[in-house]
Write a protein of this length. Structure first.
Length: 752
């Protein structure tokens, strides 16, 4: 009954609207007729004025033409001067007449054209109104037909309703009878249903055995649980990084130990010669230096090994508990790993000391007590360029010659800087790659919220919502299989706007009926490109689509297709999920208003989705931050150690320069400049090495769900070098104290 009243009210409302519009058209028609009469009257007055003006000007023109003809018939009469004056007067009258004609007639003609345009508009309006009268009459006829048709349909529906009520009452009696039996069977089945947790070595064989049991209902792998899968996606790159970065750190530390011990032994060359002269054996001298290295290796490995065993798991646990519900984990000290770290430290320090002592121990005590003969100072390449070399200051020439003589020193120092720069590039690149991965995903969201309906509806049947909507678009998701991988096909409407899919060139991809878009991570892992045939399985059938575009996404395995593609898959175009953009800013009040709608089951706002993505990014960034801090610490150690050794081994040279008249500032500038040159040389090789290792590590830490792009941004390289220069600058400031404390007399007499 309520539906019948609603339909009749709607028909009456439509009919009343047509009648109101008809009345409005009559009013407009009368106004247009009045306007047409007014325009016709005005047009006749304008034509009359134009005719009168034309007649007056034509008469004046005739008088001027007659006078000119009379003058031309009697040239030079009565006198030439009088004839010329009369002719000039007539010419002036002609010009004045033309000006008056233009001044009077042109506005009249323009006004007449404007009136004619108004007349044409009025005639068009009258014609449109006449067509409107015809449409309204047709509409009234259709409404009367609809009224009659509704009467017939309601009469038919009433009959069906009566039959349905009778059938319902009969079915209700039958249902109540069967319900009691069903409850009895259900109570019995509850006691026969169990969930069993199974653990075994061969999961496939175990699953096949369990499936043969008649009581089997379903099987779920641990990897299929969303929380476990998400945690594994985050832990996978961390596991790889925890394997790779210790090796890199050990390599850089080994180079640092080798350089340090080589410089220290070379600095103690005289002391070694004295010990040999006093009768100490080579084994004793070697053991004394080995004890020094072993003590440093043992103390560093024990203290920082166990400290790192406690600190890093604690930090990681605090990071992951912000996103996942993880039970309290007891920190376990892995003595075996600490023992491996100690052995590696002892090995690297022993090798470095033995290599450093090899050449010193070969010398006799007499050779060791004498200063090393200076190396042959070969001319550098710059000295051959006379015009450039002559423009350099003496301090710069001295620095270039020192560097050219100590080529081995430059090589060893540069290797340490190369490792330090490479670690900085790797840490900053990983952070930049993680940011790029998440930001590319976030930038696709142009919607304010994603709503989930309680029941499926046709995709083109947009739900009626209690808020003002600017745009709403449907989406349908189905799962398919590709090479034993579960992929998601996300169907979108043609020319959709609320999900901005961007290709590798940064251009928006327009969805059309043939669209099949895969993410960049999936394309790299499976070696696919635009134009390739993509074959997958859905509902036990195989389908092949051509790849039309590749998006700039590095997360997940979501493929975007058009709604038309669903027809080829045999999927009904029903959906529960819609993207929407509201007219006003989306806030909690709009969300509450939407949730009150019984159609809507849940809402995911854009801010919540971004917050979840940023949580994942935050976890990765904090893990990478640990690597960056370690890289900064190791870089600082390398640069400080190299600069400090450089000063210690050059104390005699610095003292000589001071005695020769160099000021403290000039000596400091010379040492600092050499440090910056060494850093520059190390950076030239460290940047490509770091870029190569960063790309390699990006591929290593990538998984099927989370792919780390291997793009090295120029700002990462510049920032890495900038940090190294800042560390060098701070190191130079610290070592300035050591330069000031050099005793000139003691340094010069050290050889004696």
């Amino acid at each position: 009954t309520s539906e019948k009243v609603k339909v009749y009210n709607e028909i009456d409302t439509n009919k009343q609207d047509l009648l109101n519009k008809q009345t409005e058209l009559y009013t407009q028609y009368d106004e247009l007729l009045k306007a047409r009469r007014s325009i016709e009257y005005g047009l006749s007055q304008l034509n009359l004025g134009i005719n009168q003006a034309e007649t007056s000007f034509n008469q004046a023109q005739s008088a001027i033409d007659s006078a000119l003809a009379s003058l031309n018939a009697n040239p030079g009469l009565p006198t030439q001067e009088e004839w010329d004056a009369s002719y000039a007067l007539l010419q002036a009258q002609q010009v004045q007449l033309n000006n008056e004609r233009a001044y009077v007639l042109e506005p009249l003609y323009a006004q007449r054209n404007e009136v004619l345009n108004q007349q044409a508009q009025v005639e068009y309006g009258i014609q449109s109104i006449n067509e409107g009268f015809i449409l309204i009459e047709d509409g009234l006829v259709q409404i009367d037909d609809a009224y009659l048709k509704a009467n017939k349909e309601f009469a038919k529906a009433q009959k069906l309703l009566n039959d349905g009520i009778k059938e319902y009452e009969e079915g209700l009696i039958e249902f109540n009878n069967e319900k009691n039996d069903a409850y009895l069977k259900l109570d019995e089945s509850v006691f026969n249903y169990y969930e069993i947790l199974v653990k075994g070595e061969d999961k496939v064989e175990l699953e096949n055995v369990i499936k043969t049991d008649d009581r089997y209902i379903y099987w779920i792998d641990r990897d299929a649980y969303p929380g476990n899968a998400m945690l594994e996606n985050i832990l996978s790159p961390i596991k790889v990084m925890t394997t790779i970065f210790p090796l890199l750190f050990f390599m850089v530390a080994a180079i640092l130990i080798l350089i340090t011990m080589a410089k220290m032994v070379e600095h103690d060359r005289t002391q070694v010669a004295i010990m040999k002269a006093l009768g100490l054996s080579t084994r004793t001298i070697t053991l004394s230096y080995l004890m020094y290295g072993w003590l440093a290796a043992l103390s560093g490995s024990l203290i920082f090994g166990y400290f790192g065993n406690w600190l890093i798991p604690t930090v990681l646990f605090n990071i992951f508990t912000t996103r996942f519900s993880i039970p309290l984990i007891q920190i376990v000290y892995y003595h075996g790993l600490s023992f491996v770290a100690i052995l590696l430290s002892l090995f690297f320090s022993s090798v470095a000391i033995l290599l450093a002592l090899r050449s010193v121990l070969k010398e006799t005590p007499a050779q060791g007590l004498r200063p090393k003969p200076p190396k042959n100072a070969r001319r550098s390449m710059l000295e051959k360029v006379k015009w450039f070399w002559n423009k350099l200051s003496y301090a710069n020439k001295l620095m270039i010659r020192n560097l050219s003589v100590g080529r081995m020193k430059i090589l060893l120092s540069s290797i340490g800087v190369v490792g330090a720069i490479a670690l900085l590039v790797i840490g900053l690149s990983l952070r930049s790659s993680a940011n790029t991965t998440i930001q590319n995903t976030i930038n696709t969201y142009n919607f304010d919220a994603s709503i989930q309906l309680s029941e499926e509806v046709p995709y083109d049947q947009l739900p009626e919502l209690p808020v003002s909507i600017e745009k709403i678009e449907p989406t349908i998701s189905v799962n398919a299989d590709f090479n034993n991988q579960i992929i998601q096909l996300n169907a979108l409407s043609n020319h959709q706007e609320l999900l901005s899919i961007t290709n590798l060139n940064g251009k928006l991809v327009d969805i059309n009926q043939n669209s099949f878009i895969i993410p960049q991570s999936f394309a790299i892992l499976n070696q696919l490109k635009v134009g390739d045939e993509f074959t997958f399985s859905y509902d036990e059938n195989e389908y092949t689509f051509k790849i039309t575009d590749i998006s700039n996404q590095y997360l997940g395995k979501t493929m975007y297709i058009s709604m038309d593609r669903l027809n080829q898959l045999g999927v009904e175009k029903n959906t529960k999920r819609f993207y929407l953009k509201t007219t006003h800013e989306f806030n909690d009040s709009l969300k509450d208003a939407l949730l009150k709608n019984q159609q809507i089951e849940s809402i995911d706002t854009k801010s919540i989705i971004i917050e979840r993505s940023n949580e994942m990014l935050s976890m990765l960034n904090q893990v990478i931050l640990i690597i960056l801090i370690s890289s900064f610490a190791l870089t600082s150690t390398v640069i400080y150690n190299l600069a400090s050794i450089n000063i210690v081994e050059r104390e005699r040279e610095i003292a000589t320069l001071r005695v020769l008249g160099y000021t403290h500032r000039e000596v400091k500038r010379l040492i600092n400049s050499e440090n910056y040159v060494l850093l520059t040389l190390g950076s030239i090789l460290g940047l490509p090495v770091g870029s190569f290792l960063s790309r390699w590590i990006s591929h290593m830490v990538s998984t099927n769900e989370f792919y780390m792009p291997d793009v090295i941004e120029p700002n990462v390289l510049l920032f890495s070098v900038f940090i190294a220069f800042i560390i060098t600058f701070i190191t130079n400031l610290i070592l300035e104290i050591k330069i000031r404390r050099i005793q000139l007399v003691e340094s010069l007499k050290a050889v004696e």
